[in-house]
Design a protein around this ligand. Structure first.
Ligand code: AMP
Length: 289
């Protein structure tokens, strides 16, 4: 495995793979890797001849009051996990190389960014994280321009992010196939996340309520409940039974448009964001009804 920080070096490496007609899979991450990330790596290994993982805590997707400066990092452990998983290249660029003219928002010299349309980003996480998806779309576009993979592996855990990137790839004619990968959970059902490390012992236990509320919603739908608001009401009750849980949103939306639906039907996403102390967790369930 090679650990590369320079953009030109990773370009050369991928060009070399392509001269041999090898397919390249790409897994973008912010590091502090866990089994959820590694499931994407496994999917990439199963599909592609070569696997590139990027590790980059992207400053432009964090709000001013968010956890950019405290985001967990353990490069040594990440490199070991990637090596053990048979990754070919770990690309961990410097922020100054990824944003040579600074980040547009900060009034720097950069004049270009990728802005997903409001319809996709003015709801769910976009509502409480203004500018977040602009940062995500911009960094993923940059990384795709550098790595130029054939396949891009992304987790369904970040369902809105996945929708934003799938739309960007279509709308900007980016020559990559997006492969969505299922959510990986801890044994007690909590969706794996680098941010779980922030949780206190008590909050970690309480946070299992998120998956329980999604399971309950699933059961209600299977039992024939056709009203999104009735399902959301029940989920709210379940989550609120944990006194340290502060609900940001619980929504039932069409999985493609992310528009709210009164009745769960077709390809549906039940998505939520809940804070435990200062830690904001997201989770979701996708259902085809
Ligand atoms: P992050 O490092 O949080 O930016 O995540 C990098 C990629 O890993 C994204 O595509 C995430 O959706 C995916 N991912 C993170 N956690 C999980 C999980 N528990 N299950 C599946 N994919 C995940």
């Amino acid at each position: 495995m090679e650990s590369i920080s320079k953009i030109e070096e990773v370009r050369d490496k991928v060009s070399f793979y392509k001269t041999k007609y090898e397919t390249v899979g790409f897994v973008p991450t912010m590091g502090y890797l866990h089994a959820g990330h590694m499931s994407l790596v496994r999917a990439a290994k199963n599909t592609c001849d070569r696997v590139v993982v990027s590790i980059f805590v992207n400053p432009s997707q964090f709000g001013p009051k968010e956890d950019f400066s405290t985001y967990p990092m353990d490069m040594e452990a990440d490199l070991k996990m990637c090596r053990d998983a048979g990754v070919d290249v770990v690309f961990s660029p410097e922020a100054g190389d990824m944003y040579p003219r600074g980040i547009y928002d900060l009034g720097s010299g950069a004049l270009t960014f990728v802005e997903p349309v409001a319809g996709l980003t003015d709801k769910l996480c976009g509502e409480s994280r203004p500018g977040h998806f602009r940062g995500v779309a911009t960094i993923v576009a940059k990384l795709l321009n550098i790595v130029t993979p054939h396949y891009l592996f992304m987790g369904q855990k970040d369902a809105q992010q996945l929708a934003v990137i799938e739309n960007m790839v279509t709308d900007l004619n980016i020559g990559v196939k997006v492969i969505p990968c299922p959510i990986v959970r801890e044994e007690d059902g909590l969706a794996m996340s680098s941010r779980n490390t922030y949780l206190s012992r008590e909050d970690r236990i309480s946070a299992t309520v998120l998956n329980r509320s999604l399971q309950h919603a699933d059961k209600m739908i299977k039992d024939g409940v056709a009203s999104s608001s009735a399902i959301i009401e029940e989920m709210t009750k379940i989550i609120s039974s944990e006194k340290n849980a502060e609900i940001d949103y619980i929504e039932i939306v069409d999985a493609a448009s992310l528009e709210r639906v009164e009745t769960p039907k077709g390809d549906t996403l039940i998505a939520l964001a809940v804070k435990f102390g200062k830690t904001r967790l997201i989770d979701n369930m996708r259902l085809v009804i």
